[in-house]
Design a binder for this molecule. Sequence first.
Ligand SMILES: [Zn+2]
Length: 246
Amino acid sequence: MEAVEFFSFPGLNADAEAPKCAISLAPSGSQKAVRDTDNRSLFFSSLGIDPSRVSSASQTHSRIVLVSRDASDLSHFPEGDGVLTRNPSLVPCVTVADCMPVYLYDPVSGFFGVLHSGWKGTGIIGEALALASVQWGSKPSDVRAILGPHIRSCCYTVDQERADWFRTSFGETVCVLDEQRARDKSPWPWRLSLAEANRLHSLERGILPEHLLDAGSCTSCNERYGSSRRQGAGNFVQMAAFAGFF
Ligand SMILES: [Zn+2]
């Protein structure tokens, strides 16, 4: 199995010098910041990335987005679930295992970064766009976004309360009632689409449809990815999702 998967930002000229987007796959082992330092060093070095270039936060399923200007800025791993930069020597990185990584790049203002968007953090894209606007004058209509591999509605069932919150916050279409599960009186009868919630949220915040790409893969279905639901809470592979010039 491959060790890493790459994605390309949509809506750019073929010869554009855009940051690369990538995610470590299950054979690369767990990549959680601070905890898996040695494995992260091996992994990034194997891609020709000096580990000191990697900028990560301590993730808490928040909507906090941080700006990293140089390698020392986040070296104490402050709390946050997204990292943006305009420094091409840095490699913003989050870890995910069913939660959605979101890659962002604005070729006009030059910022790029990665967000960790689980169910609690859905809406973090809007926070990142607002921060980039204040920091660098970025316009959402210039921003390219990739919704990376995550647990999709084929595998992600939720209870009534979470379904209600998502439908109220992002739109009726983000959850679909699974009628078989409802008949069986399952406590989790709804199927939640984080992709649809993030798609609607991104468009509402001004990202253009032609600048938004859904990578399409389900982490829970496919063994090439780490998945907390499939592998179990105590034993899942935390994948590194990162963007940069390397
Ligand atoms: Zn699935």
